[in-house]
Design a protein around this ligand. Sequence first.
Ligand SMILES: *Cc1c(COP(=O)(O)O)cnc(C)c1O
Length: 360
Amino acid sequence: MTVTPAELIRPEILALQAYPVADAQGLIKLDAMENPYSWPDELVTEWLATLRDTPLNRYPDSQARALVQQMRASLELPAEVELLLGNGSDELIQLLALTLAGAQGERRVVLAPEPSFVMYRMVATFTGLDYVGVPLRPDFSLDTAAMLHAIRTHRPALVFIAYPNNPTGNLFDTGALREIIAATPGLVVVDEAYGAFAEASFINALAEYDNLLLMRTLSKSGLAGLRLGYVLGAAHWLREIDKLRLPYNINVLTQRSVEFVLRHRAVLDMQAGWIRQARTELQAGLTQLPGIVTYPSQANFILFRVPEGQAGAVFNGLKYQGVLIKNLHPVGGLLHDCLRVTVGTSAENRRFLDALGGLL
Ligand SMILES: *Cc1c(COP(=O)(O)O)cnc(C)c1O
């Protein structure tokens, strides 16, 4: 028998595009919200020493007990808050969707503001949930009335709110967020992927809402290569999600390395401080360029708008000069003429600003 993908695979999947990752070889990489700093040599040496006797022939601890214990202490989690680890928070988004997916034919909805993190929609689509995006206001604030209306209409099983939001960089209004959590019949996941660069967190609200989960990742604060994300929330929710987790999702090198990093947290904290400082400088530099509109950011990136119709040319011009950022104009909607630049080192930001200035 011969069979084609079109005969065997759902149309929604055939219509998907694989998550696009640009080739950054040889470029200054300001496209993916990575921390641009490495570690001091002594620290690298010490880290490698801890990996020396890591048994690669054995499966990792499937519960990552030592790591979880250390993270709990480091986050000063109260006993009633449970913690679940994922292979990046991308995996946790997928696990949450799989856990809440309805039975065959039953309509289950994932809802999020738009624009936001693209993975919410992608994961909803391939796990068979319906996705509802609710447009933000033109200034990228939450349209509370529209959100509440959509929640009443669609009764979502799962709401994702990135706080700060990606790709816009802003923190949503706390009061609006609380109204949304209170009105949602399903789970609300506040995604604090950029928490290290923000002055606010919803962690203290966990105790107040039965349907609130908090998601974080170590990716943006300096460990993107290790892939470690986590969800915080009540044990009775996380226990169910944990059943769908593949047993060895956190590999042994990641477990050992993050245990090491947590003993040297000051390094990442210091780097986050440098990034926040560089963000202020980058924001100021962008503001001085003619025709650029920037948006306030509590994250490690800045969204900015160029004069109408120029986003493609600006993106390509920067790339030609060796600087890779993200062109969001093709996404359309509120992101027309918008690009997003990750905060790099001071030198990288200077190179970017000089190149951009020359293009305008
Ligand atoms: C980058 C990002 C993630 C995914 O992070 P990983 O832990 O690297 O999978 C999740 N949420 C938001 C809002 C992000 O921007």
